[in-house]
Design a protein around this ligand. Sequence first.
Ligand code: PMP
Length: 346
Amino acid sequence: MKSLEQLVRPNIWSLSPYRCARNEYEGKDARAFLDANENPFNRPLNRYPDPLQRDLKEVIAQIKDVDPQNIFLGNGSDEAIDLCYRIFCIPGKDNAVSIAPSYGMYKVCADINNVEFRSVELEEDFSLNAENLLRAVSGTTKLIFLCTPNNPSGNCLADEEIEKILTNFDGIVIVDEAYNDFAFHESYRHKLDVFPNLIVLNTMSKAWGCAAIRLGMAFASKPIIDLFNKVKYPYNVNLLTQEKALDMLKRASDVERWVNMILSERETLMDAFNYLPCCEKVYPTDANFFLAKMTDATKIYDYLVNCSVITRLRSNQPLCRNCIRITIGTPEENNAILAALRKYKD
Ligand code: PMP
C-alpha cells in the first residue's frame, strides 16, 4: 500500500477541520452550556448531538466486534461512499475502479466529484476475476469498490479474488457489505489488521430494517477513520437517528427472526419463479433480493407496475439483459408478485 499521505488529496491532508463546540467540551454535564449558541429551552432537541456518536459506537463496537476507534458513522453508507472520493480523489486527475454491474452510487459519486470511473464487467456468472479488474488500474487509481453480496446480482464475490485485490493494489479497497447480514459470510471488518488499505461498509438499512433513519457504517484503520471524521459535516448523524439506532440495536433477536423469515421466503419465491413461463432464469443469491431473467423484462416490469407491484428493472445494466431485481417482501407481497406473474400473458 502507498502511504496514506501519498493517497490522500493534499488539501485534505493539510486541512484544519472545523472544531465544533461539542468537540472542545466533551463532558455531558455542566452547570451552564453557553458555548454553542443553542437555545436554552426545548430540551433535548435544543442541543447539538455528539459529533462522534460515542455512545452509539460503543454499542455497535460490541455487536460488530470491532474497536470504536475503527468505526465511522454516516448519513447512510452513501455518505461514506461520497467521503471516499472527497478524501482520496483529486477531481479531474485521479480515478476509481469498480465491478459491473454493481451499486449505482459508486459511479454517481464519482461523477459528482468529477472523478473518472472505470468499470470492469464481472464474468457471465457474475463472479469476480481479480486479474481482469487489476488491469484497469493505473498510477492514478485511488479507489477500488467491491460489493459483496453484489447488488444487483446477489452473489458473494470469492474471497480468493478479493484478497488478490487487497494484496496487489496499492490504493484503498472498499468492500461494501450492505447485504452481508443475509449471507452470514465472515465480514472483512475482521481483517482490518491484515489489510491497512481496507474500508468495509455496512448499514442499518437492510437486515436491521432501518432505511428511514439513515445510518451507515464504515470500518477501517484509525488513521482512515480520522480522515472521515475530519471531512464529514460536524453533526452528520442527528440525535433522533442516534437514539433510534440505540433502541434498535437492543432488538438483535427481532433482526435474526426477520432475516430467517426473509431467507425462507426467498427460497419459496425463487422456487416459484423457476416454474413461471415468463421467467427464463433465476440467478443464485446471497442477499435479500434476486435477479431474474425474464422473457421481456420491460414489458413485464410495466405489467407489474400496472398490477401495483414494483420491482427494479435492471435490463440496461451490463450482463443483465432482460433482468428484473426482486426484493423479498412479506409473504403477502411475495404472493402478490406471483399471482400477477401467473396471470401474465406474452
Ligand atoms: N451499498 C449497497 C450495495 C446498496 O445496495 C445500498 C442501498 N441500496 C447502499 C450501499 C446504501 O445504503 P444506505 O441506506 O446505508 O445509504
